[in-house]
Design a protein around this ligand. Structure first.
Ligand code: SF4
Length: 217
């Protein structure tokens, strides 16, 4: 079975650097991480486009709920997301919007704080930690679970167990975790979707699922 570093190597050789996250500032990244919950990125882009130059923590935290929800409508769950963005913006403002000050916080403590914010679950928190705050926490999402279980890993149900299992096999490098997650998403979109398209997949010759398919004819 391919090791965690070997999978990375194969994906990087195929797809190269992904330049994630697509945001112009740490705050925009945080907003995108909330908006992308349960929707496609193209819908997030529409909502971000609606926000336009109002995409500032002070503006969003002060905006009337209905107005904000209406702007977020394309991203779905817009009432929930409006509330979450308002709280997230207030939290960001409590650090004077100083990203470097937040980056100086210990990673585990910062993760704990993010997880205490309404609507920020583990996957969202780890995305924020990697892509906005330069903290190495491996991100587990649906693509990650699908890929590793198809490759042949015994994937733990628990997010934390799975995250630690992968982190034990990698150096704690934020650049590596940044790239690895983006590469898994690239593979998930091109090949390892809910219905896999294995032909031409860079992991095809070593994938447990491919072998099962071959055995089953
Ligand atoms: S060979 Fe198929 S199942 Fe295996 S990782 Fe690639 S797309 Fe997914």
């Amino acid at each position: 079975m391919l090791s965690v570093p070997e999978i990375y190597q194969r994906l990087f050789e195929r797809y190269g650097q992904q330049h994630w996250w697509p945001a112009e500032s740490a705050y925009e990244m945080l907003v995108g991480a909330v908006l992308t919950q349960n929707t496609h990125w193209r819908n997030v882009e529409k909502a971000l486009g609606n926000l336009g130059n109002q995409l500032k923590p002070q503006v969003i935290s002060a905006m009337p709920h209905d107005q904000l929800a209406n702007l977020l409508r394309p991203s779905g769950y817009y009432n929930q997301k409006a509330e979450r963005l308002r709280l997230l913006s207030q939290w960001f403002i409590s650090y004077d919007c100083d990203v470097n000050a937040i980056r100086r916080i210990d990673g585990a403590l910062l993760r704990h704080t993010l997880l205490s914010l309404k609507g920020v679950g583990r996957e969202t928190a780890d995305c924020m930690l990697v892509y906005a705050f330069d903290k190495p926490f491996f991100i587990i999402d649906t693509y990650t679970r699908r890929l590793f279980s198809r490759i042949g890993y015994d994937v733990p149900e628990s997010y934390e167990h799975f995250r630690l299992l992968i982190e034990q096999q990698l150096p704690p490098s934020v650049e590596l975790y940044n790239e690895y997650h983006a590469l898994i998403v690239a593979l998930g979109k091109e090949h390892c979707a809910a219905k896999p398209c294995c032909s031409g997949c860079p992991l095809e010759r070593d994938c447990h699922k491919t072998h099962l398919n071959t055995l089953n004819g």
